[in-house]
Each structure stands twice: as structure tokens, then as C-alpha cells.
Design a protein around this ligand. Structure first.
Ligand code: ACO
Length: 423
């Protein structure tokens, strides 16, 4: 076979030829030859944990496609709700298919009063909104007794609609609570992002009409963040989902992973970094300190992208549109200078470190008035669609429970010693 590898067990001389299919070698074949021998890959850097037809990511060439559609075309011509449909169902909706989808998402935006009154209002006054969101998503599981009915496609659809629809409501509620403002109910006459902005910013006016350009910019950001194949959060979703946990607690586990500063928390870290740098003049010294190993250039580098993150390129353009309305962020010039210096520095180019999606997104969120603690929450809202698409795919593939092996390196067997005899 031309497209295959041969594994030889030098202990026995036995060999096995394994075909390379879709860029991978199926472990069901080679593990027959190596019983009790495990591939040591703690960060799953060389392990494909799924075969998936949702997102196509070519990190070497900076390509990102959802169900085959280039991210650039979707960002320019589609909407988040349409993209969510595409991710979940595999195809763009026809007008007849889109109408009920939009209706269902719009009419499931309300949350049970006890989610707000008992859970969200029970948090400490300075609770991080991402911690609140993770807990609230998990709590939803207890409000929908049918959530565990994961084998029925109609039941699955119901929970998917609820989750996608309620994410902005929960997110806005977390923000309002953290700034001591009263909860705002969803307005079903508004679009997905307009409604979210209304729940965030409405004060006493009967109806909050968001600036359409800002609502559009947020929609583009939602499209860009909707999925990114087997990242840490999605892997958590698939792992927990493989235990047949319900979609709410599975989504909460994915959101918990996203909360980490190495993952969805990086946009927050970018703003802290730019604020700390403080001026364009300080950029060269900062770059030098990073090269000396003192910290990292936040918003730079990616496990998979080894060229410019295509989402960062779109975001940079969206930033200009937002700043035309809100006024330019004083940190933008520092960010641009940092990018210029880094992209012409051998340390960064030789390691293929380029701006990622988080480098500019925080600047946009900040210009739109979001507090820094909300940045990861803004990431989680649209990512729910991607997580749920992977959850459905996993169930349809009837994947077995995820259960990796370990290489035990601890002590051998030893006898228990009573506490008064331990030296
Ligand atoms: N600044 C400076 N040096 C870096 C950076 C960075 N941002 N990222 C990687 N490097 C260097 C490392 O020091 C290492 O150098 P070495 O070979 O001399 O030791 C080399 O590049 C490879 O780095 P790894 O840590 O092995 O790369 P990995 O793929 O494990 O990490 C990650 C990827 C976590 C994204 C990393 O680039 C990073 O920490 N970036 C900053 C945080 C960030 O922006 N995260 C958002 C990612 S996008 C997302 O999750 C939505």
C-alpha cells in the first residue's frame, strides 16, 4: 500500500501494515500488535480524538471552514443564527428551514425565574461572570428533566435550541448582577445580537435599539467564535458527552475549559498586557523581555495555526468598523506596534507565532463597553453552537466512552504503616 505505515515489534519481529486514512492511522489496527503498550501523548498533540465533518482547519495555510464554507464568506455574508444552524445540521438552511429555527431560538430566550433568583442572585457580589455562567449552564440541567433523554433526536433538538437561545440571557444576567443592575427580560422582537445588547445595556427606556453596526460587528465575532474543531473546550464536551451526561452539564464542562487563560481567557490577558506596556515607546523593551523568557506575548501563537489566524485578519477589519463608531481604543496603537515588531522579529517568525483570534477581539469588546471579565463569556455564547454540533456528531457516531490510559510511574506495592510508626 502506498499510503500506509508499517509497525514492526522488534521484540517479536511481528509487523502490521496500517493504512493512512484521512490523514490518520486507526488505532484499532495497530493496537492489536501492541497489547499493553500505550502511546504517551498527555496534551493529545499527535492524537486525533475524533473524525469530524464540522470544521476544517488547516493551520499551516491559515484556512478555516465550517462544513466546507470559508470563514471569510460566512463572516461577510451570513449571520450567527444561520451559522449555528449550519454547524448543527450540516447544511445552510433554506428560507423554510430558517424561519422555524429563528422562531424557536427567539422564543426560548427566557430563563426560569429561579435560575436568576435562586442561582445567579445567590453569588457573591463580585463573582466573576464566567464562573457564574459555567454554574448557571450546569444548573439548567436540573430545570429540564427531559435533558437526559439524549437518544431521541427531537429531544436533542429541544435542548440545543434552549441552550443556544439562553446563553445570551444568562450572560447578560451575569453581567447585570456583577454591576448591580436589574435583570432585563429578553425582547423577542429583536435579533439575536440586538436582544443580547438590549439585555446588557437597557436602563429605563421601553425598548433598547442597539447601534446596528455594533450589533452586526458582534454578530461577526459570534460567527468567528462559533467553532474551532478539537480545542480544549470541545474536547471536554466530547469527553463528558461520551459518558452520556446531559447536554447542559456537558456544555458547562466545555465552558469551564474555555475559562482558562490558555484558552478563551487570553483576550483578557491581551488587554492587561497592552495596559501594562502603556506606550508605543515601551514596545521594543517588552518584546525583548518576552524573548528573554519573561512571560509570553498574549494573543500570539496557536497550537494549530502556524500562519496568521484567519479570524484575526477578519477581526482586525471589524475593529476598524467598531472604532469608527466608538472612537479608537488608546491601546490599539500599542497592539499594532507590537504586531509590527513581532512579525519582523526572527524569534516570533522562526517559531511561527502570529496574532490569534484573541489579539484584537478584546480591544473591540472593550471599545463596545464590555468589562474585561465579560470577554470569555462573549466567547462562550456562540461557541455553544459548536460544542453542541460536536455533541450531536458524537452521539450519532455512537462513540464509546472516552477512557484513556496512563503510564504509571508511582511507587510499587508497599505495606500500610500505622501512623505512630511512620518515621
Ligand atoms: N509569546 C512568546 N513565545 C511564545 C508564545 C508567545 N505567545 N507562544 C509560544 N511561544 C514560544 C514558546 O516559548 C516555545 O519556544 P521554545 O521552543 O524556544 O521553547 C515555542 O514558542 C512553542 O511554544 P509552545 O508553548 O510549545 O506552543 P503550544 O502550541 O504549546 O502553545 C499557546 C500554544 C498556548 C496558544 C501559546 O502560543 C501561548 O501561550 N500563547 C499566548 C496565549 C494565547 O494567546 N492563547 C490563545 C490561544 S487561541 C484560543 O485558545 C482561542
Amino acid at each position: 500500500m502506498a499510503d500506509s505505515i508499517t509497525i514492526i515489534d522488534n521484540r517479536t519481529g511481528e509487523s502490521i501494515e496500517v493504512p493512512i486514512l484521512d490523514g490518520g492511522v486507526d488505532s484499532t489496527e495497530w493496537r492489536k500488535l501492541l497489547p499493553g503498550i500505550w502511546f504517551y501523548d498527555p496534551a493529545l498533540m499527535t492524537t486525533a480524538v475524533a473524525s469530524s465533518s464540522i470544521t476544517d482547519l488547516d493551520g499551516e495555510n491559515g484556512i478555516l471552514r465550517y462544513r466546507g464554507y470559508p470563514i471569510e464568506q460566512l463572516a461577510e455574508q451570513s449571520t450567527y443564527l444561520e451559522v449555528a444552524y449550519l454547524l448543527i445540521h450540516g447544511e445552510l438552511p433554506t428560507a423554510e428551514q430558517f424561519a422555524p429555527w429563528k422562531h424557536d431560538i427567539t422564543y426560548h430566550t427566557f430563563i426560569h425565574e429561579n435560575v436568576r433568583k435562586r442561582f445567579l442572585e445567590g453569588f457573591h457580589y463580585d463573582a466573576h461572570p464566567m464562573g457564574m455562567l459555567v454554574s448557571a449552564i450546569a444548573a439548567l440541567s436540573t430545570f429540564y428533566p427531559d435533558a437526559g433523554d439524549i437518544h431521541d433526536p427531537a429531544g436533542r433538538y429541544k435542548q440545543i435550541v434552549r441552550l443556544i437561545a439562553k446563553m445570551p440571557t444568562l450572560a447578560a444576567a451575569c453581567h447585570r448582577f456583577s454591576v448591580g443592575m436589574p435583570f432585563v427580560y429578553p425582547d423577542n422582537s429583536l435579533s439575536f445580537t440586538e436582544n443580547f445588547l438590549s439585555m446588557l445595556w437597557k436602563v429605563a427606556e421601553p425598548r433598547y435599539d442597539a447601534n446596528p453596526a455594533l450589533a452586526k460587528a458582534l454578530d461577526v465575532l459570534f460567527i468567528l467564535h462559533a467553532d474551532h474543531e478539537q480545542n480544549c473546550g470541545t474536547t471536554a464536551m466530547r469527553t463528558v458527552g461520551s459518558a452520556h451526561a446531559d447536554p447542559y452539564v456537558s456544555t458547562a464542562s466545555a465552558a469551564a475549559a474555555l475559562y482558562g487563560p490558555r484558552h478563551g481567557g487570553a483576550n483578557e490577558a491581551v488587554i492587561h498586557m497592552l495596559t501594562e506596556i502603556g506606550s508605543i515607546d515601551a514596545v521594543p523593551a517588552f518584546i525583548e523581555s518576552v524573548k528573554q523568557g519573561h512571560g509570553r506575548l498574549q494573543g500570539f501563537g496557536h497550537r494549530v495555526y502556524k500562519s496568521y489566524d484567519p479570524r484575526a485578519a477578519i477581526i482586525k477589519q471589524t475593529a476598524d468598523e467598531v472604532f469608527a463608531i466608538t472612537g479608537k481604543s488608546p491601546l490599539l496603537d500599542i497592539a499594532l506596534a507590537l504586531e509590527d515588531v513581532a512579525l519582523s522579529d526572527d524569534y516570533f517568525t522562526s517559531r511561527k507565532l502570529y496574532p490569534n483570534v484573541d489579539f484584537y477581539s478584546g480591544l473591540i469588546y472593550q471599545a463596545m463597553g464590555f468589562p474585561i471579565e465579560m470577554f470569555t463569556v462573549l466567547f462562550a455564547i456562540p461557541r455553544a453552537a459548536g460544542w453542541l454540533a460536536h455533541w450531536v456528531e458524537l452521539l450519532e457516531q455512537d462513540q464509546r466512552i472516552a477512557r484513556p490510559r496512563q503510564l504509571y510511574v508511582g511507587p510499587g506495592v508497599r505495606d500500610y504503616v500505622a501512623i505512630d510508626q511512620r518515621g
